[in-house]
Each structure stands twice: as C-alpha cells, then as structure tokens.
Write a protein that binds this ligand. Structure first.
Ligand SMILES: Cc1ncc(COP(=O)(O)O)c(/C=N/[C@@H](Cc2ccccc2)C(=O)O)c1O
Length: 457
C-alpha cells in the first residue's frame, strides 16, 4: 500500500515573503489589532480564510478564456446549470456574486420579522442575514460538538429533540425553514451524517417545514460521510452529494469554498414559486437571472470547479493536509477541536490561554500572538464573531472560543504545515506569560468581527 500523494502537480507559483517580529508588532498596531486590516504583503502564511483563497486548476483557467459574457442566455450559465443539476439534482439555479448574496436573495423571499430559523450552527453572515431581518437563528447542534475532546464523527449533527421542541413551540408559518450547514463551520468544520439529514427531513416533513442547506463545504461533508458513515465507503462522492441534496428543498452556496473559485455563489432549488420570487430579488440585488453578479468566465470556471471538488482524490489530498496539521498540533499537546475539521484546525483558546479573561477576547489574543511569532494570519471564531445580543447589546460568549487555521485549497505544501505547527508550538511554550488581552475601541452594529478596532487591555 502506498501513501496518498496530491493528484496534481504545480504549474504556477506566487512568491511569499517573511518579515521580522519588530515589523509585525508595528503592523498590528497600525491594524488596530484586527488581523483583517493587515496587507497581504505583511502576511507570510495566510490562514484567515479558505474562502476564495484556493488555487484554480488549468482546466478552470482554460474555461475562463472561453467564458460567454452574453447578458442573457450565456453558454457559461448553461454549463453551470448542468454542473449544479448533475451534482445536486436541483432544477432551478440563480447565480449570485457570493454566498451572503445568495442568503440575501433567498432570505428576502423566505424570512420575515419574528421568524425562527432552527438548524445546526449558522455561520456569521447567514446569522447576520437572519437577524438583520429581525428573525432568530436557533442553534440545535448536538451537545457533543462543544466538547473538543469528544470524538463524535459527526459533530455537525442536529439534536432532533431540540429541533422538535422548536417545531412544537412555534406555528409552522413562523418557521420558514430549517437550515443545515454542511460542514458546520462554527463548531469546527464538522460534518453532518446522512442519517441525521434524513431524520431532520422526516421530522420537518411531519411538521410541514422546508429544509435548506448552507452548502459552502458540501463536498468535504460528503467525503466525511464516505469515510466515516457505515455503508457509504463504496459510494462515489457525487452519489453521496446527490443523496445529501435529496433531503433538502434547496441550497445556498458560497462557491468560494467547495466551488474552488475566487468569487461566486448561487441558490439552487426545486420550487418554481420560490424561484420566481427569488428571481425578482436577484434582478434587484445581483443582476439578470442568468448571471447574477458573476461574469460569464467565472461561471465557466465554477462549473469546472464543482466537478473537480466532488472527486475523491482531490478531497482526500485536501482533507489529509488539514488532518496532518491538526495531528501535529495534537502531538505538541495543543488543545484543538477533535476530530479535525474538513477545512481548518480550530484551537481551543480558553485551554491554550487560561490566564486571559474571556472579557479580553482570548481567541483574538492568541491569533495576534501567532501572527507576531511567525507571520501567520488566522481568524477568531469566538466572542468577536458571535456579536452582541441584538436586544441586550451584551457580548454573547459562545461555548467555544476558537482560533481557526483555515487551509486554502491546493495552495500550501506540508512544509508550510510544519512551519505553522512550529510557530504555534513556540507560543504554546510561553503561554503562561500571556495574561493580558484586548479591549474594543470601536465596533459596527452587525458582523463586527470584520471591522472591529481593538487596543491592548
Ligand atoms: C458556512 C458559510 N456560509 C456562508 C458563508 C458566506 O459566504 P460568502 O459571502 O463569504 O461567499 C460563509 C463564509 N465564510 C467565510 C467568512 C469569513 C470568516 C472569517 C474570515 C473571512 C471570511 C469563512 O468561513 O471564512 C460560510 O462559511
């Protein structure tokens, strides 16, 4: 038996450059201690996000050259429509410029003030688009997801009792849909099992509630089903994807993740009625319904990307690299969410920095220390991202206070993974000295983590 190796070779490279610790300390000060404000030239290894940061293949670059920029009826739209239907089975497609735009269009049709939208953990913009409409996102994820050492293979699963509790305590007109996020980003890139999706579908049918998927990392979810769920090991990724989507009425997609492109999103669904209504919002917010904020060439590249992303060999190499980094950190004794997620390793900053009070944002503190140490940019998935309670305006302290190391697709080598692990180990060895965190000097009303400004506490 031979080990796996990447099912691709590299044909283009982009230079990255190291800096000095002194430079980085100054740059952080200039950035108001918000890693989003760093220039890319100030970052050696960029793990801020796996969204739109991956490498396209030569076939995708080729598709760019033959994109059809017709305003209506583009050939590239048809190519994308065929790819989406082949993989998901959904008949109607509305392209958008990215995932939150798909949420904006779909939720403009389905989400009304006072509504309740249950599911597993809704991610930041998805929750933002629900709360922006004065509706409530309710997290019904299983409890095991919040214990980083529990090895439950599907920590993205929905707790059916919690979900049924919601269905029983609200009239169905007040629950526009149940949203299943695959994989579940906020709980650590954790997958949802087919069995759970099927059970959610059956329960929702009993109460007459539609089911939608937030599908940003659906291919990685399918990979975990194939690897971990009994009876799935001999099925192709594409077969598993088809079954996944058979349990939903539709999906939103950030193509910047498992679409393997740098920009793009879409809505796909089966209901002609919702498609008609959503089309109006697409025309208002995005563009005509056969391009929706995407260039023809980007739709052509996305059609190829969806096909590549749903191939086992690609997923095995992508996910094995994340696992490789996760296992190195575990070897160093660093507390991380387990099992290792599909797109990222999530460090438990409460365990890592016990001397930093929660009110001083320990995950942000750790992210800044990792950048100072090694020029690696990460992101906080904790109290800053959780935003304030819309009513009380108090901080909402989530169960998990995480630093996410999101690994871009087909971009870094395992030498970079070794470098990342070594940099974090250095911080871990001096963790006792870190006792002061940060405080907010300015924040916006919504989705504050992108633009918040901080200073040393
Ligand atoms: C499950 C899920 N659903 C929808 C969307 C919106 O899609 P879009 O509008 O971004 O295309 C996202 C975006 N996720 C980005 C957001 C982010 C966070 C921190 C730093 C940079 C970017 C990420 O997780 O990295 C998502 O994860």
């Amino acid at each position: 038996k031979l080990p796996y190796a990447e099912p691709f070779r590299i044909k283009m490279v982009e230079e990255i450059r190291q800096s000095t610790r002194e430079e980085r300390e100054q740059w952080l000060k200039d950035a108001n201690y918000n890693l989003f404000n760093l220039k890319s030239s100030q970052v050696f290894i960029d793990l801020l996000t796996d969204s739109g940061t991956g490498a396209m293949s030569d076939r995708q670059w080729g598709a760019l050259m033959t994109g059809d920029e017709s305003y209506a009826g583009s050939r590239s739209f048809e190519q994308l429509q065929n790819a989406v239907e082949k993989i998901t089975g959904f008949k109607y497609l509305l392209p958008t410029h990215q995932g939150r735009a798909a949420e904006n269009v779909l939720f403009s049709v389905l989400v009304k003030e006072g509504n309740v939208v249950p599911g597993n953990s809704h991610f930041d913009t998805t929750k933002g688009h629900i709360e922006f409409r004065k509706a409530h996102a309710v997290d019904c994820t299983i409890d095991e997801a919040f214990d980083i050492n529990d090895l439950h293979p599907f920590k993205g699963n929905i707790n059916l009792e919690k979900l049924e509790e919601i269905y029983k305590s609200h009239p169905k007109e007040n629950i526009p849909f149940c949203l299943i996020t695959i994989t579940c980003n906020s709980s650590g890139g954790q997958p949802v099992s087919l069995e759970n999706m099927k059970a959610v579908r059956e329960l929702s049918n009993r109460y007459g509630i539609p089911v939608f998927f937030d599908s940003a990392r659906f291919a990685e979810n399918a990979y975990f089903i194939k690897k971990r769920e009994k009876g799935q090991e001999n099925r192709s990724i594409k077969e598993i994807c088809k079954e996944i989507f058979s349990y939903g009425d539709g999906m939103t997609m950030s193509s910047k993740k498992d679409g393997l492109v740098n920009i793009g999103g879409f809505i796909a669904l089966n209901s002609e009625e919702i498609f008609r209504k959503a089309s109006n919002f697409t025309i208002i917010y995005e563009g005509f319904i056969t391009y929706g904020g995407m260039a023809g060439r980007d739709m052509a590249a996305l059609a190829v990307g969806l096909d590549e992303a749903t191939e086992f060999a690609y997923l095995e190499s992508r996910i094995s690299q994340v696992e490789y980094l996760g296992n190195k950190l575990i070897e160093y004794g660093i507390p991380v969410q387990k099992p290792i997620g599909g797109h990222a390793v999530f460090i438990d900053s409460l365990n890592f920095l016990p001397n930093v009070s929660r009110a001083e944002y320990p995950a942000q503190t750790l992210g800044l220390e990792i950048y100072k140490e090694a020029g690696i940019r990460t992101v906080e998935i904790g109290t800053l991202l959780a935003d304030r309670d819309p009513e009380t305006r108090q901080n909402r302290y989530p169960k998990l206070e995480l630093v996410r190391l999101a690994i871009p697709r087909r971009t870094y080598t395992n030498n970079h993974m070794d470098y990342i692990a070594a940099g974090i180990k250095n911080v871990y060895e001096r963790r006792e000295e870190i006792s002061k965190g940060y405080k907010i000097t300015w924040e916006p009303d919504l989705l504050r983590h992108f633009t918040v400004q901080l200073e040393e506490a």
